[in-house]
Design a protein around this ligand. Sequence first.
Ligand code: NAD
Length: 254
Amino acid sequence: MELENKSAIVTGSASGIGLEVALTLAANGGSVTVADRNLSGAEAVVRQITEAGGTARAAEVNVTDKGRVAGMVEGAVAAFGSLDIFVNVAGFGFNSLIVDMAEEDWDLVLDVNLKGQFLGCQAAGRRMIDQGTGGRIVNIASTAANNARYQGGAYCAAKAGVVQLTRVLALELGEFGITVNAVGPGFTETPATVETSDEYRTNFLAQVPAGRSGRPTDIANAVLFLASPLAEYVNGQVIYVDGGYSAGKLTVRG
Ligand SMILES: NC(=O)c1ccc[n+]([C@@H]2O[C@H](COP(=O)([O-])OP(=O)(O)OC[C@H]3O[C@@H](n4cnc5c(N)ncnc54)[C@H](O)[C@@H]3O)[C@@H](O)[C@H]2O)c1
């Protein structure tokens, strides 16, 4: 088990991609703190992990709250003795034309999707520096970081910010043996996307060379690689896990 004796925090892990990341890290030997603002959901994930023979605990956190984020890191260290892997997944999509967007909606999207990742990286980075044993930080970005999306102004801006946050942190933390990378999912089937209209889905999937949408396991496997010893020399990178969507425009198939 490649993550044996590694303590990992996964934010946003009561649902969707984060849930699958938590299951995957635990299945590979990690001791996982399932952190989410939805505590009962996090506790259900912990039960799933422990019933499968893994090690996990739940933590209630709002990633926009600096004090709660610090408490989340302290709690993981108190329970498992260290913090070795930190995965920033908590986030949500939001659609609005920029000309129609309310200022408070802009602030909320940026607060959760970008500031939340800053606060988590800061708290985890400080702890990992103090520990002196290196570490792994993986931030969940999106293809929206690079591909402008109609009605996606705040979300695209936030996710582009996540990519640059990741690169800057890679420069700043590399000397401590801490790597900071991002995974950029394409359209992935989760509770957050279940209500996507058939029209959007069909139009979107027509641009995906793989011809299917992503599964949470597709994303979790990339996170596992970046969190594992195999990725020791990978730093400041974004792996887009999107069936080839962001490679270019698919005008002719076959
Ligand atoms: N599903 C996709 O197609 C897709 C594509 C690209 C990127 N992403 C990104 O992946 C991440 C997970 O998305 P998902 O589809 O699994 O969504 P999801 O809604 O299934 O899960 C998101 C989880 O984050 C938690 N969360 C939200 N705000 C929080 C906060 N302030 N503090 C703590 N927890 C909070 C929620 O309670 C939920 O458990 C997000 O960052 C999203 O932007 C998703």
